[in-house]
Design a protein around this ligand. Structure first.
Ligand code: AMP
Ligand code: MG
Length: 412
């Protein structure tokens, strides 16, 4: 009689893994006050409520003449210019049967109900103005509160600030903003084969060595997401050294992020090291590249172990670490918005894992595939401008519409 073999545990799907991870990502305590100038990419920790209308008053959107439409019953008449209102000054109430010289951004004087642009006016030798094109009431007037009304929430808590939103915050008078504090992230790479560029010249590379490329893009990605990065360098492939590095990093960081050493080989020490200090809650996800992703906790710090292969490391960062770090900062909108785009390539090898193929948009608006989808070929991530999200077990034929996630969504 043969004993029943336990069925292999199916790998987590990406959606399940992400939901689980986001469950662990409790928003960090602590708020910082920063100059609006320095707040790009930071996450608002308060609703921004406007204390005024923007624009504060009705104003002209043209250089021209402000007038009262009712005065134009006789369109042939010429009007005296009774006042001049440049931007930044207030006029006075408009006298009947006169016009006001007005400039873009200047407040509309009381009594005026339209602006005629100067190109539609003739200024006579005596200075009086004839209107060549009859205005409709309200023409070229920007209304008070047309952009923002007093009391409106212009940007909600949890919004990640962009250059345009900094301008909007400034337009309601905010010189400083309360934002989530930066996540403190400890970053280290594992691998005895790794050598730092700059330390060893290419011609002196020892046999079997490769340059540490992950460290560079991971640090840059973390920085873009508003993190304070402690770069702990390269940790050798030894259990004790890995444990020491993890223990040290857990002391004053919110997240420990590693690359390499998280598979099942004898030289992969990350998993057992995390388990000896804390616990591992997630390991292996049904995606390609990026299967050997791990999440756990070491003391009070979150731990995320990325695969060593550079493209796997890059893709798992974008799909899993990025939303996690945004959630830690309180970002409310985490979903990326894929686009439906036509594939101009064939992908005939269906995989049982969900695949993320490196592709580039071409001149016809379709997608080309990078010719080498190996998880070690970082050129694919540079050549490409996004990923095709290909469901498990699916092939792609040229002409099929696929889910495309541009890097611009994932790298912002
Ligand atoms: P590992 O996940 O440690 O088994 O590594 C998988 C592959 O990725 C191996 O070929 C490693 O040499 C390579 N690799 C690991 N870490 C890095 C790194 N930081 N930079 C470039 N390649 C790496
Ligand atoms: Mg390794």
């Amino acid at each position: 009689m043969t004993a029943d073999r336990p069925a292999p545990k199916p790998m987590k799907s990406l959606d399940d893994a992400l939901a689980q991870l986001l469950g662990y990502a409790v928003v960090l305590m602590g708020v910082e006050q920063v100059s609006t100038f320095d707040a790009d990419g930071r996450v608002l920790a308060q609703d921004l409520v406007s204390a005024l209308h923007v624009p504060p008053q009705d104003n002209s959107s043209m250089d021209g003449y402000a007038l009262r439409c009712a005065d134009l019953a006789d369109p042939t008449r010429a009007f005296a210019v009774s006042q001049r209102i440049p931007a930044g000054s207030m006029g006075t109430s408009l006298t009947v049967n006169t016009v006001a010289r007005i400039f873009t951004g200047a407040p509309i004087p009381q009594g005026a109900d339209a602006v005629v642009m100067q190109e539609d006016c003739d200024v006579q030798s005596d200075g009086a103005v004839r209107i060549k094109a009859l205005p409709k009431p309200g023409q070229w007037i920007r209304r008070a509160g047309e952009d923002v009304t007093r009391g409106a929430v212009v940007l909600p808590q949890g919004e990640r600030l962009t250059p345009a939103s900094l301008g909007l915050a400034a337009s309601i008078g905010m010189g400083h903003l309360r934002v989530a504090r930066r996540p403190r992230v400890a970053l280290f790479s594992t691998g005895d084969e790794l050598v730092m560029p700059g330390d060893v010249a290419p011609e002196n590379m020892p046999p079997g060595a490769i340059y540490n490329s992950n460290r560079f893009f991971l640090k840059a990605l973390l920085t873009r997401l508003g993190c304070e990065v402690s770069d702990l360098g390269i940790v050798p492939d030894q259990r004790a050294a890995t444990i020491d590095a993890l223990r040290g990093a857990a002391e004053n960081h919110d997240l420990i992020l590693t690359s390499g050493g998280v598979s099942v080989g004898e030289e992969d020490h990350i998993k057992p090291a995390v388990q000896s200090l804390g616990h591992l809650d997630l390991w292996q996800i049904a995606i390609k590249p990026g299967k050997p992703f791990a999440y756990g906790q070491v003391a009070d710090a979150h731990f995320m172990g990325l695969p060593g292969n550079p493209v796997s490391s890059f893709v798992t960062f974008l799909l899993l670490v990025r939303p996690f770090l945004l959630k830690l900062q309180g970002v409310s909108e985490l979903a990326v918005k894929p686009m439906s785009v036509t594939a101009n390539f064939n992908w005939l090898r269906a995989d049982k894992r969900r695949e993320f193929l490196r592709v580039k948009r071409n001149a016809t608006g379709g997608l080309d595939l990078f010719n080498n989808q190996s998880s070690g070929v970082l050129t694919s991530a540079v050549w490409g401008d996004g990923l095709v999200d290909n469901p498990p077990g699916c092939t792609i034929a040229a002409g099929d519409v696929v889910r495309f996630i541009p890097f611009s969504e994932l790298l912002a």
